[in-house]
Ligand binder design. Structure first.
Ligand code: BGC
Ligand code: NOJ
Length: 825
C-alpha cells in the first residue's frame, strides 16, 4: 500500500494523507541553519549543533506522536483546523504534502478555504522562511482568524528538557511590530537570539505558552484559538513561544500571501544592545527580514535553492531501464547523502540531537557517498576528522561539531576506525585528483604542535591495525569494530553500563580490552582498504613502502584463510576465550554478514567467494533484505555483549541492517553476479519498498538503518511479526554505501586514481544504460550496450571514437567533454 507517489520531474515525494504509518520527514538547510519537518509540519530547528543551539522545542517519544512544530491555526467561524492537519486533526477536505530538495509544501483545504504553506531555508541564510498562501475558493466572502505558532527552546536542548527548576524562570522575549524576539540569556551569557516575524501587520500576539494554549489544553486545542482571540501576553519565565494573530477577510476568489521568517542571529559582544543597554540591537535581524519579506523575494530564494540542487544533481545522472533506480540515483539517494554528511547521526526522528557528536567511522563513510557533490566540503571534513586522531593511529570515536575536539567521554579503541579514513581520503583523491591533500599538515589530537602530513595520518592508520594483532594474526577486536554491539571485552552484567565504553576490570591490566579477542571483520576491511594505501604510495614513488604495506596485506589474507575461513563463509571473530564466533560450530550466530563482502572484494580466494555468495543467499537473504546474522541470538551471551540484548530480528541481532547489505551488493557485483547484486539492491532500496509502505512504515524516499528481519517477533513466539518494518530512517551509513553500491559497483562508474573507471555489473536482462558524469572538470557521456545480455565484462571501450584497452578512461587534462561507449560481452 502506498501513501503518496514520486513526482520525479519536480524531484518531490507527494504524500496524500496526513496519516502516514510514521511521520515522514524532510530536512531544510544545508549549511548552518537546519530544520526537520514532518508531513504534518512537526519538527524543530537548530543552528549547527542540534544539542547546543536548539532554536525550537521538540518532545521525542510523545503521545500522540510528533507533537510540536511550526503550526498555523485557522478558526473559520468555529471550524478550527491546520493546513497540515496536525495538531488539531480536523478532517480536511483535501491534504497534500510535497517533500522536495530542501523544501516542503503542505496544502490543506477546508470549507472552501485553501492554505498552501511552503517551508525552506534559503542558501547562506540562518532562518526558515515560510510562505502561507490563503485562497478563498468558497464562492462567497470569508472572514476568518489566523494564528502562527512556534515554541522556543532555551538553547541547550539537553538542559531544556531536564533543568526545570532554573528554566521555568529564565525565559525572555521582546516584541516590536510584527516580530517576536526570543532572548533568553541574551542579557548575560549569550550573543545570539532568535526571532519569528511576518511581513504584515498583526492584530495581536502571544509569547507566553500558558496564555496561548492554556495550562490544561494541548497543541490540538489552544485556548486563544478556541476563543477566537489572542492574549497579547509577554512571557516572563515559564515557556516562551511566538504566535502572531490576524483577522483576515478574503473576497470570493481572492488570495492573501504572508511570509513568515524564523531566524537566528549572532551579534558581536559590543553591538548586542541599543543605547539603553538592554533592548536588542536589531540591525542584523532587520536586514535578514528585508531579504525575504515579499512573495517575489521568496520566489527568488526558492529559485536559488532549486538552482543549487540542479547543479549538485547534475553531476551524476543515469538513465537505466528501471525508473526506480533512476529516481534513487539521480535524486533521493544523493539527497540523503547530503543530509548524512551534514548531520552525521545527530538529529532525526530517531536520534534526539542531544546524543552523539560526529562519529569517526560514520563521518568517514558518509564522505564516500557525498564527495562528488562538493569535494571542498569533503576535504574540510577530512581534515577536521583527521585532526582528532591520536599520534599512534588510534582515534577518538566521536568529536563535537561545535568544538571539533575529540570526545574524551567516549574515548577510542574501536578497532575499525582508522581504516575508514584511508578509504575516505582515497575516495577524495580519486574523485578530485587532488593529491595535495596528502601534504596538508594536520594536527594529532587537535594539537598544532603535533601536526604532520595527511600521508602520515594514513600511515599510522594502516599500521595501527598491523601493530595490534592477536594470536591468529588477525586484528584485535578492542571495544568493538563496525558492529558497536559486538563487545568482546565488556562482559557486562550490571544495568546502565555502556557496552561501548565500559571497561571490565578483568581487562584493565591489558589496557582495557582482551588481547585474545580478534575481529575477522577488521581483517577483511584491512585487505579491502589496504590496496588504496598501497596505490597512494606507488603513485608517490614510494616503492619500498608500498611493497612493505602490500606484504602486510598478503599476510592478513593468509591469516584469514588459515584461521578465519569456516568452510563455507568467513567467521566473525574469536572471542575473549579464544572461541570461534560466527562459525557453523556455534549454536547461534553461525554466520555474520559483515566480513563477507570485504573478503570477497579482496580476492582472497575464488572458491571462497563462490561459496560465500551462496551461503549469503541461503542463510541471510529474505524478501526484505539480508539479515545481519543467523540464527539470531535467543539469549544473552555475556561474552558477546550488546548484540545479544536485542530480541531476535531487530537491530544488530539479525535485523536487516541495510548499511552492510550494501557491502554484499558491492561484492556480488564485483564478483560478476550482477543479477544477485541487483536482487539485494532492490530488496532494500526505498523506491522499491514504496509499494509496501504499510509494512515498511518509514519514508519510501530514504533509507533507514534497520528493517525487521525474518526472526522479528521470535522473542514473543510470533516469528515474522514485524518482518519488513523499517526503523531509524535518514541518518545512517546506508545512504552513502548504497550510493556507492549502485553507482560504482552495479552501474560501475567508479572514480579511480588514474581516471574514471567504467565496469558495470548489471542485471543480464538489461539492454544497457546511459549516464552522464561530471568528473575532474569534464563531462563524461557514457553509453553501455549489453547485446549479449551478460552481467559483467567490458568487451570493448571506445573513447571519443578510439578504442581503449581495459575499462579506465584515461584522464586528459583540459578536456571538457568525453564520450565513452562500452559494449559488454
Ligand atoms: C546501537 C548501534 C549504535 C550504538 C551507538 C547501539 O545501541 O544498536 O547501532 O551504533 O548504539 O553507540
Ligand atoms: C550505528 C552506528 O552509527 C555505526 O557507527 C555502527 O557501525 C552501526 N550502528 C552498527 O553497530
Amino acid at each position: 500500500m502506498k501513501f503518496g507517489h514520486f513526482d520525479d520531474a519536480k524531484r518531490e515525494y507527494v504524500i496524500d494523507t496526513p496519516r502516514t504509518p510514521y511521520p515522514w520527514i524532510n530536512y531544510l538547510g544545508t549549511q548552518g541553519f537546519f530544520s526537520l519537518i514532518s508531513n504534518t509540519a512537526g519538527g524543530y530547528s537548530f543552528y549547527k549543533d542540534a544539542r547546543l543551539r536548539r532554536i525550537t522545542r521538540y518532545r521525542y517519544n510523545n503521545v500522540p506522536i510528533d507533537m510540536g512544530g511550526r503550526y498555523f491555526y485557522i478558526n473559520d467561524n468555529g471550524t478550527i483546523w491546520n493546513p497540515g492537519w496536525s495538531p488539531v486533526k480536523t478532517e480536511l477536505d483535501s491534504y497534500e504534502c510535497r517533500h522536495g530538495m530542501g523544501y516542503t509544501v503542505i496544502t490543506g483545504k477546508k470549507n472552501g478555504l485553501k492554505a498552501e504553506v511552503t517551508f525552506f531555508v534559503p542558501q547562506d541564510y540562518d532562518g526558515e522562511v515560510q510562505q502561507v498562501v490563503l485562497t478563498n475558493e468558497s464562492g462567497s466572502d470569508k472572514t476568518f482568524k489566523f494564528w502562527s505558532f512556534a515554541e522556543w527552546c532555551l538553547w541547550d536542548a539537553q538542559d531544556d528538557c531536564t533543568n526545570f527548576q532554573r528554566n521555568f524562570s529564565t525565559g525572555r522575549v521582546e516584541i516590536k511590530g510584527s516580530t517576536i524576539y526570543h532572548k533568553t540569556e541574551y542579557r548575560d551569557r549569550r550573543n545570539h537570539f532568535a526571532f519569528y516575524t511576518v511581513n504584515d501587520t498583526i492584530d495581536g500576539y502571544d509569547t507566553d505558552r500558558d496564555t496561548f494554549i492554556g495550562l490544561y489544553n494541548g497543541f490540538n486545542n489552544p485556548q486563544q484559538v478556541l476563543d477566537g482571540k489572542c492574549g497579547n501576553s509577554l512571557a516572563d519565565g515559564w515557556s516562551p513561544i511566538a504566535s502572531h494573530y490576524k483577522e483576515i477577510t478574503l473576497k470570493a476568489g481572492e488570495s492573501k500571501t504572508l511570509v513568515f521568517i524564523l531566524g537566528y542571529v549572532e551579534m558581536p559582544v559590543d553591538k548586542k544592545f541599543e543605547a539603553d543597554g538592554k533592548t536588542i540591537n536589531k540591525e542584523k535581524a532587520l536586514a535578514m527580514m528585508e531579504k525575504y519579506n515579499t512573495p517575489e523575494k521568496f520566489a527568488a530564494g526558492m529559485a536559488e535553492l532549486r538552482a543549487y540542487w540542479d547543479k549538485l544533481l547534475g553531476i551524476l545522472n543515469v538513465n537505466t531501464p528501471e525508473d526506480k533506480v533512476n529516481r534513487m540515483v539521480n535524486i533521493w539517494n544523493q539527497y540523503q547523502c547530503m543530509v548524512t554528511f551534514n548531520l552525521s547521526r545527530s538529529a532525526s526522528y530517531f536520534e534526539s540531537g542531544i546524543g552523539r557528536g560526529m562519529g569517526f567511522r560514520d563521518s568517514n563513510q558518509d564522505i564516500l557517498g557525498f564527495v562528488h557533490q562538493i569535494p571542498d566540503r569533503a576535504r574540510e571534513r577530512l581534515i577536521d576528522i583527521a585532526s582528532t586522531q591520536l599520534p599512534d593511529g588510534g582515534c577518538y570515536h566521536q568529536y563535537q561539531p561545535l568544538t571539533k575536539k575529540g570526545n574524551a567521554d567516549i574515548g577510542g579503541d574501536f578497532s575499525d576506525d582508522p581504516l575508514w579514513m584511508i578509504l575516505s581520503v582515497s575516495a577524495y583523491i580519486k574523485e578530485t585528483g587532488d593529491w595535495s591533500i596528502l601534504d596538508a599538515k594536520v594536527p594529532y589530537d587537535n594539537d598544532e604542535s603535533k601536526a604532520k602530513s595527511m600521508l602520515d595520518h594514513l600511515t599510522v592508520s594502516f599500521y595501527h591495525i598491523v601493530n595490534n594483532l592477536g594470536p591468529h594474526g588477525l586484528p584485535l577486536a578492542m571495544r568493538a569494530d563496525w558492529n558497536d554491539c559486538i563487545n568482546l571485552s565488556c562482559f557486562s552484567d550490571t544495568p546502565g553500563e555502556s557496552f561501548q565504553t565500559y571497561t571490565n576490570p578483568k581487562f584493565k591490566a591489558e589496557g582495557g580490552y582482551s588481547k585474545v579477542a580478534e575481529s575477522v571483520f577488521v581483517a577483511a576491511l584491512f585487505t579491502y582498504v589496504g590496496p588504496n594505501f598501497v596505490g597512494i604510495l606507488n603513485h608517490l614513488g614510494m616503492k619500498d613502502e608500498a611493497a612493505k604495506a602490500q606484504a602486510e596485506i598478503d599476510k592478513m589474507k593468509k591469516a584469514m584463510m588459515d584461521s578465519a575461513w569456516d568452510g563455507n563463509w568467513f567467521m566473525r571473530a574469536y572471542d575473549a576465550y579464544g572461541k570461534k564466533m560466527g562459525s557453523h560450530e556455534c549454536e547461534e550466530g553461525q554466520i555474520f554478514i559483515e566480513p563477507q563482502g570485504f573478503a570477497i572484494m579482496s580476492d582472497i580466494d575464488k572458491d571462497a567467494t563462490k561459496k560465500t555468495l551462496a551461503a549469503i543467499d541461503e542463510r541471510l537473504n529474505t524478501k526484505h533484505g539480508l539479515v545481519l546474522n543467523n540464527p539470531a541470538f535467543s539469549k544473552y551471551y555475556v561474552e558477546y555483549g550488546e548484540i545479544s540484548t536485542y530480541p531476535g530480528g531487530y537491530k544488530e541481532n539479525a535485523g536487516i541492517f541495510t548499511h552492510n547489505n550494501a557491502w554484499i551488493i558491492c561484492a556480488a557485483a564485483y564478483a560478476g553476479e550482477g543479477n544477485q547484486a541487483f536482487k539485494y539492491y532492490s530488496e532494500i532500496a526505498p523506491a522499491f519498498t514504496e509499494e509496501t509502505s504499510d509494512i515498511h512504515k518509514t519514508e519510501p524516499y530514504v533509507y533507514g538503518q534497520m528493517i525487521g528481519g525474518k526472526d522479528a517477533g521470535s522473542d514473543i513466539g510470533q516469528t515474522g511479526k514485524n518482518f519488513g518494518q523499517g526503523k531509524n530512517s535518514w541518518l545512517t551509513g546506508t545512504a552513502a554505501w548504497n550510493m556507492v553500491a549502485i553507482s560504482q559497483y552495479i552501474l560501475g562508474i567508479q572514480p579511480d586514481f588514474d581516471g574514471l573507471k567504467v565496469d558495470p555489473s548489471i542485471p543480464s536482462s538489461w539492454d544497457g544504460f546511459t549516464a552522464t558524469r561530471l568528473f575532474r572538470g569534464a563531462k563524461y557521456n557514457i553509453t553501455i550496450k549489453n547485446p549479449s545480455h551478460v552481467c559483467k565484462g567490458v568487451k570493448s571501450m571506445i573513447v571519443d571514437g578510439a578504442a581503449v584497452e581495459g575499462c579506465v578512461v584515461p584522464y586528459v587534462e583540459g578536456k571538457k567533454e568525453v564520450n565513452v561507449e562500452i559494449t559488454l560481452g
